[in-house]
Design a protein around this ligand. Structure first.
Ligand SMILES: Nc1ncnc2c1ncn2[C@@H]1O[C@H](COP(=O)(O)OP(=O)(O)O)[C@@H](O)[C@H]1O
Ligand SMILES: [Mg+2]
Length: 283
């Protein structure tokens, strides 16, 4: 347990609110600077939290949506990512925070980091396309290294469930910092599928958010520089030809009935662009 007895007491957290999304995030004064306090109690009511937990645990065989579970899973993921050499936020488990609305066991304290997110950096037209793509290539290598380990070790917690350009920062030395790991239970047996999903999610997010000029380059660069081409092909297949027929049927229904799924900026469309580029590269 904690060695230090450092305690931060704050009579009111409201003045420090950074944002309230799924959780409450506060930027609080800490030591000589700042820290981020994440309180795993979002805007859901207790009833809706329990209802969602019921759905997760009983219907989907996942972990519960209860705040403590989300906190535990986030901490587990961070430890695993760190063990494999991926940069995540530092945490201060030895520090206790006492504040209204910040229950024991329901929060985590992170180092405060100010750096651009990958998605914003890729959009920044004050930098040349080549400069941005050079960073993107470095990112692809680190991305694929993690996928390799996840598949080899059958470790679903190494797939980034919230993976998109908003959840990676680019640190000044060129290092990538990954964050937001709350996730529901994922099966070890389905780790290849989880990785595939992450691949399409990242590509979809980046592809639709970057401006023309770099957008056309994104998928070709991915195919050229992501080392495991077969894994990219598999990512397409999970969306369009899922090995489980029931899932395949579900996805076909989604495309048939949901206009959004058919839009040119849908995950399906991006998966298809990826597949077309893989074919071109083979030819
Ligand atoms: N340690 C941190 N340092 C700086 N900013 C942070 C930190 N943690 C979170 N943020 C900011 O808060 C946002 C939401 O954080 P995230 O972990 O994604 O929370 P949520 O689980 O609610 O989505 C991030 O996109 C980032 O801008
Ligand atoms: Mg988030």
């Amino acid at each position: 347990m904690s060695q230090s007895n450092e305690v931060i007491r704050l009579p009111d957290l409201k003045p420090y609110l950074l944002l309230q999304n799924g959780n409450y995030l506060y930027k609080i004064p800490f030591r000589e600077g700042w820290a981020v306090l994440k309180v795993y109690y979002g805007s859901r009511s207790w009833f809706s939290c329990l209802a969602k937990s019921f759905e997760n645990v009983v219907l989907a065989g996942q972990t519960s949506y209860l705040p403590r579970t989300r906190r535990r899973v986030e901490a587990e993921c961070m430890a695993i990512w760190r063990k494999h050499g991926f940069r995540v936020f530092g945490t201060y488990p030895e520090v206790r925070v006492e504040a209204p609305g910040c229950p024991e066991g329901g929060y985590m304290l992170f180092e405060y980091v100010e750096a651009p997110k990958l998605g914003d950096w890729m959009k920044d037209e004050s930098r040349s396309v080549e400069e941005r793509l050079a960073v993107y290539r470095a990112w692809l290598l680190e991305w694929s290294r993690r996928h390799d380990i996840a598949v080899r070790e059958r470790e679903p917690r190494l797939a980034h469930e919230n993976g998109d350009g908003k959840h990676v920062m680019l640190l000044p030395g060129g290092e990538f910092l990954w964050f937001d790991f709350e996730m529901t239970f994922r099966s070890r047996r389905r780790v290849a599928e989880h990785v595939s999903h992450e691949i399409i999610q990242y590509l979809w997010f980046l592809w639709k958010s970057v401006p023309p000029g770099i957008r056309e380059r994104l998928i070709p660069e991915t195919v050229r520089h992501y080392p495991q081409k077969e894994r990219l092909g598999r990512a397409y297949e999970y969306f369009w030809r899922h090995p489980n027929l029931l899932h395949r049927f579900g996805r076909a229904c989604e495309r048939a009935f949901k206009a959004k799924a058919r839009s040119p900026t849908s995950k399906y469309s991006v998966a298809r662009l990826l597949r077309e580029e893989l074919e071109r590269a083979k030819a």
